[in-house]
Design a binder for this molecule. Structure first.
Ligand code: AMO
Length: 434
C-alpha cells in the first residue's frame, strides 16, 4: 500500500490508507486515545480505541517516527474533517529522549539562543518549518521570474583569490599554502558571465566576516544575484529587480499559501510601477521632516531607512522603495558614476519595510575606467583582478545587476525583528554550530 500524506486524507474517506510521520502529540481520554501524526504536509488525527493499542501508544514518546495503517473516517469535529480509525501503528525508531520543548504547542515559547542551540529539533515545529517553506517559495519565484526574462543560472566559485566587496570583512583561509578568501559575493564572476550569456543569475551562499553583532547581519547568508547586459542605465536594473520582486511574491502566494496562513503573514504592497527616489532627495526629506542636518551623510543609516520605509507606505502605499544615486565614493569600485551629477552614482538600493534588501546598479564596463577606479581606491596590484579585467579588456556591454539577501527578505516579510529567526543554521560572531 502506497503511503499518502496527511493533506490527502479527505480524498480517501472510507478507504484503508497508510501514513507515516512523527508522533506530534498523544492525548489519552477515558475510553479513547489520540495520536496526532505530523508529516511533511501537516497533521492527521489518529483515533486509538482498542485497549492493547492504547497501551502501546503510551510507550511511544513524542517525535517517534511511525507508520500508520487505518481507515479514513469523516468526523466534522476532527481537524480537517477526517480522522484515521482502527489503526495499526508501527514504530520506525525509538528516540533516545523526548524533545527539549513541546513541539505541539502553537508557538515555541523559548528564547532565541535556546531555539538556535536546538535548531535541528526546533525546526520541526510547524511554524518554523513554515518560515523555510516560504523561503523555498521565494527562491523558486526568483528563479522563475529571471528565467522568464531570459536569465541563465550560473554557479561561481566560493573560494576566491580576491576580495570583491571590500577588503575588510573577508574570511581568509589556507588554500594549499596560499591565502584565499571565502567569496563575499559572486559580483566579479556574474559580471564576467554577462560577457557570455548577457543575462545571468545565481542563488548561493556568500560569506562576510561581519564584526558587528546586529539583528540584520550574518557571517554567511544566501545571496540572490542577477546581472544583465546592454542596459541603458540603472533604471533598467530597477525594472528587472521590481519584476523579480513581483515574481517572488506571486510564487510565495502560489506555493506557500498554507504556510502564510499558519504564520499570519500580511503580504506586502508592491506598486505596479517601481517607486524610485534619489539619494539626495531622501536626505532632503529626512532633513525637513526631522529637523536634523543630514545633508552631508554619505549613506543612509538604518534609522534613515526606517524613516524612508514609513514614508513610502504613508505617501505611496508601497512596502518597497528604490533609492538611486548613492555617492560614488561610498560604493564599490565597479559602480558607474552618474554622468549628469558629479559625485553621485548609478547605484541603487531597494528598501523593504524600512530595511535595505537589495543593492545593485549600473557598473563600469570599459577597461580603462576599471584601471582608473581601482587605482583611485589604492589597489596598486591589479594582477589580483586579472581574470575580471580580461573580460573588461575584450569588450563588455553596458551592464548592471542586483543582489537580494534572502534572510533579510524573509525577516521583513514575516515581520520578525532578528534575521536569525528566519535562518536555518545562522552563522555569526558567536555561532558556528549546529
Ligand atoms: P551588498 O553587499 O549590499 O551588495 O549585499 C547585497 C544584499 O545582501 C544582504 N546582505 C546581508 N544579509 C545578511 N547578512 C549580511 N552580513 C549581509 N550583507 C549584505 C542585504 C544586501 O542588500 N555585489 C553587491 C550586489 C550588487 O551590486 O549586485 C553586494 O553584494 O540584503
Amino acid at each position: 500500500m502506497q503511503r499518502i500524506l496527511s493533506t490527502a486524507l479527505p480524498a480517501h474517506i472510507g478507504e484503508t490508507v497508510r501514513l507515516a510521520g512523527w508522533v506530534h502529540r498523544r492525548r489519552s481520554l477515558k475510553s479513547v486515545a489520540f495520536l496526532i501524526l505530523r508529516d511533511a504536509a501537516g497533521l492527521a488525527q489518529v483515533v486509538v480505541s482498542e485497549q492493547a493499542a492504547r497501551a502501546r501508544l503510551e510507550e511511544l514518546p513524542e517525535e517517534t517516527t511511525v507508520r500508520v495503517v487505518g481507515t479514513v473516517t469523516a468526523n466534522p469535529s476532527a481537524p480537517g474533517g477526517v480522522e484515521v480509525t482502527s489503526p495499526v501503528i508501527e514504530a520506525l525508531g525509538d528516540p533516545a529522549e523526548p524533545p527539549p520543548f513541546d513541539l505541539y504547542r502553537p508557538d515555541l515559547n523559548v528564547s532565541l539562543p535556546v531555539l538556535l542551540d536546538h535548531a535541528p529539533v526546533a525546526l520541526r515545529h510547524p511554524k518554523l518549518a513554515a518560515v523555510h517553506r516560504v523561503g523555498a517559495a521565494a527562491v523558486a519565484g526568483f528563479r522563475t521570474a529571471l528565467e522568464e526574462m531570459s536569465f541563465v543560472e550560473i554557479h561561481t566559485p566560493k573560494i576566491v583569490g580576491t576580495a570583491t566587496e571590500s577588503g575588510a570583512n573577508v574570511f581568509e583561509l589556507d588554500y594549499f599554502g596560499r591565502p584565499a578568501y571565502l567569496a563575499q559575493s559572486p559580483q566579479l564572476y556574474k559580471q564576467i558571465m554577462v560577457g557570455v550569456f548577457e543575462r545571468v543569475y545565481e542563488v548561493g551562499p556568500v560569506f562576510r566576516a561581519e564584526p558587528s553583532d546586529t539583528a540584520r547581519h550574518l557571517a554567511s547568508y544566501t545571496s540572490l544575484d542577477a546581472e544583465m547586459g546592454f542596459v541603458d542605465d540603472h533604471r533598467d536594473v530597477v525594472a528587472a529587480c521590481h519584476a523579480t520582486v513581483g515574481g517572488m511574491l506571486a510564487a510565495i502566494r502560489d506555493l506557500a499559501g498554507p504556510s502564510l496562513d499558519l504564520l499570519g503573514v500580511t503580504m506586502p504592497a508592491l506598486p505596479r510601477e517601481p517607486l524610485v527616489v534619489h539619494f539626495s532627495d531622501v536626505l532632503e526629506m529626512i532633513g525637513t521632516a526631522t529637523g536634523q542636518d543630514v545633508s552631508a551623510e554619505p549613506d543612509l543609516a538604518p534609522a534613515h531607512e526606517r524613516w524612508l520605509g514609513e514614508w513610502a507606505l504613508r505617501e505611496h502605499g508601497s512596502d518597497f522603495v528604490f533609492v538611486e544615486g548613492y555617492p560614488t565614493a561610498h560604493r564599490a569600485f565597479y559602480t558607474h558614476p552618474d554622468p549628469a551629477r558629479p559625485g553621485y552614482s548609478r547605484a541603487i538600493d531597494l528598501i523593504f519595510r524600512g530595511l535595505e534588501l537589495v543593492s545593485g546598479g549600473q557598473r563600469l564596463h570599459r577597461y580603462g575606467d576599471y584601471v582608473r577606479a581601482l587605482t583611485a581606491r589604492g589597489e596598486s596590484d591589479l594582477s589580483a583582478y586579472a581574470g575580471y579585467l580580461d573580460a573588461m579588456r575584450h569588450g563588455m556591454p553596458p551592464h548592471g545587476g542586483f543582489a537580494f539577501g534572502l534572510e533579510r527578505f524573509l525577516a521583513r516579510l514575516l515581520d520578525v525583528p532578528n534575521i536569525r529567526q528566519v535562518t536555518l543554521f545562522p552563522r555569526d560572531l558567536h555561532r558556528l554550530s549546529p
